[in-house]
Design a protein. Structure first.
Length: 302
């Protein structure tokens, strides 16, 4: 009779995923409520079971080995199925409505996979998604019209707790065939001037520091509008990393453009929604989804 292969303990896989995503044994131990030595022992047990090294320490933190990268996606899938099975048997179906605000560019880039996973796990929860500019979303949040909202960091209302869920570089975007980066003044497509936009301020400030003349020739309320103008070869714009539409390219030092600062994305939770299971669970899904998208070894929390 053939011997059965050894089983994989979900707790060991969970420790591995948390370390691979967070780049730290310490952070993983804090999240599971164990000591760092206990988590290290879990990883050793998992590596002994599989017979391969899964994690390696680097100057940038703990990162998966090639074997660990192969395991990472499969471990996530196994844990998701494990949690779904346990949750369906132990917890009553989650119900209710959650009102989520998001700028349109974040909605397109980040939310489809996150909301799909949430809807699959909690089909009885109704989601109302509102796509507006960060400044409008901040006002609606203060008025109690949103339970959760994503905002560009720096546009959150004062004295409102905000959870940073992502931070990364702002970059120039334009058509590679129109040579707009050579124009003087540089034509730009940015957010409307009546909106306080950290991206607009960062782009104009960087050009001023470079001594480069620029003119905002197109003002748009949405990132989609800015991309449309850039696709037409009429102006350059800026964006955080995303999948660019065909016909656009990332630009920077090679085109003589100044470096841009990093930008953050924050999640706000209205006090009236705190402790509401559907809102709490969606907030956790969003934070986890951004962490997954950031990749192993990248710390996104402040």
């Amino acid at each position: 009779m053939l011997a059965l292969p050894p089983g994989l303990d979900p707790d060991l896989l969970r420790a591995f995923v948390l370390i691979a995503e967070g780049g730290s044994f310490t952070r993983a131990a804090e999240r599971v409520g164990r000591t760092q030595s206990a988590v290290s022992m879990q990883i050793r047990r998992l590596e002994e079971t599989l017979g391969q090294p899964l994690l390696v320490r680097t100057p940038k933190g703990v990162q998966p080995t090639p074997q660990g990268m192969w395991l990472l996606d499969r471990a996530r899938a196994m844990l998701a199925l494990n949690d779904e099975i346990v949750g369906n048997f132990r917890a009553p179906p989650m119900v209710g409505t959650v009102r989520l605000g998001t700028p349109d560019d974040y909605a397109l880039q980040w939310l489809p996979a996150i909301l799909a996973r949430f809807a699959e796990a909690h089909p009885a929860v109704e989601l109302e998604v509102v796509c507006l500019n960060s400044d409008v979303l901040a006002q609606q949040f203060l008025e109690g019209r949103l339970d959760l909202t994503l905002l560009s960091e720096g546009q959150e209302p004062r004295h409102v707790p905000a959870q940073r869920i992502w931070r990364g570089p702002l970059r120039w975007v334009g058509s590679p065939t129109h040579g707009l980066h050579k124009r003087d003044p540089l034509p730009l497509a940015l957010s409307r001037p009546d909106n306080f936009c950290t991206w607009r301020s960062a782009a104009l400030s960087a050009l001023r520091m470079q001594g480069r003349a620029a003119r905002v020739t197109y003002n748009s309320a949405t990132q989609t509008g800015c991309f449309t103008v850039a696709l037409a070869g009429l102006a350059l714009t800026v964006s955080t990393p995303c999948t660019l539409p065909e016909g656009l390219a990332w630009m920077g030092e090679a085109e003589g453009l100044p470096a841009l600062p990093e930008m953050g994305i924050v999640l706000l939770r209205h006090e009236a929604a705190l402790g509401v299971p559907a809102a709490d669970t969606l907030a956790a899904h969003i934070a986890d989804g951004f962490l997954r998208a950031a990749g192993p070894g990248i710390a996104i929390a402040a």
